[in-house]
Design a protein around this ligand. Structure first.
Ligand SMILES: Cc1cc2nc3c(=O)[nH]c(=O)nc-3n(C[C@H](O)[C@H](O)[C@H](O)COP(=O)(O)O)c2cc1C
Length: 247
């Protein structure tokens, strides 16, 4: 399949065959992840393959991802990681003050995400299915404990990859005019919103599994009317990031 078709046929897979990926394939996935760009070449991420069935079962439960973490090909945790840079500074006899602030944190989040999405693109080009698992952030302290995360690390998301049992129909994205503009930012117009609500309503009503009567605007307003994981800030402090995120 042409790479354009691979990208535009993406849909998250939540139902896999119970078939592990080979060692060679896993090595390739990590190689492509590592081949992505990295801000100032900091390479500020770690990838942890979770293979212990008990840990997988616990993560699956806390992330609310029924069966698609224990029954998959491989499950990775993607960790924004400035701990290794802290080690380098300590070895050099220098303080880590400038590692704990907002900018390096953003750098590590971007690096980690680029690595993950490289892995995803390669996996999908091999006809594998994937699903990111942000649900791991439902219990950050427990995740940190389960895999022994040190200071200045932050588990961003999981990634489950395997041979699909079922593929969902791709979701229609926002129209390009709603996200691309030239020279000047453009907010959403009411017309774009109404149009996209109609498109997404039809998608949710007609898809082959988990049909719902809803649309994008309803989903978004329901999602953001509640606080989203307010304990993230406390966890970051626990991990050694600056509590006010300034210098
Ligand atoms: C960072 C991130 C975290 C996600 N976390 C979850 C998750 O915990 N559980 C889940 O079922 N899907 C998760 N997803 C998948 C999204 O729900 C999905 O990408 C989105 O609904 C668009 O659907 P599609 O990927 O099928 O196109 C996550 C996606 C991203 C990018």
């Amino acid at each position: 399949m042409d790479l354009f078709d691979t990208f535009t046929h993406h849909s998250s897979v939540r139902d896999f065959q119970p078939r592990p990926l080979s060692k060679e394939l896993k090595q390739k996935l990590v190689t492509v992840a590592q081949s992505g760009s990295s801000s100032n070449f900091v390479q500020a991420y770690s990838i942890i393959e979770v293979s212990d069935p008990e840990k997988l079962a616990e993560i699956e439960k806390l992330a609310g991802a029924p069966n698609y973490i224990t029954r998959t090909g491989v499950f990775y945790l993607f960790v924004a990681d400035l701990h290794k840079h802290q080690q380098l500074l300590t070895q050099a006899g220098l303080p880590d003050t400038h590692l704990t602030t907002m900018e390096p944190f953003i750098v590590s989040v971007v690096d980690t995400t680029i690595a993950a999405q490289n892995m995803v693109a390669y996996a999908e080009a091999q006809d594998l299915g994937i699903c990111y698992i942000g649900g791991i952030r439902n219990d950050l302290p427990r995740i940190a404990e389960l895999v022994g995360l040190p200071k200045l690390t932050f588990p961003l998301f999981g990634l489950t990859i395997g041979y699909p049992q079922h593929r969902n129909e791709p979701k229609v994205r926002l129209p390009q005019e709603a996200i691309v503009s030239v020279d000047q930012y453009q907010p959403l117009t009411q017309e774009q919103t109404a149009q996209y609500n109609q498109t997404t309503e039809a998608y949710y009503a007609q898809r082959s599994r988990n049909q719902q009567q809803t649309n994008w605007q309803t989903k978004m307003t329901e999602f953001f009317r509640e606080p989203r994981r307010p304990d993230v800030a406390a966890f970051m402090k626990q991990q050694g990031f600056s509590d006010h995120f300034g210098e």
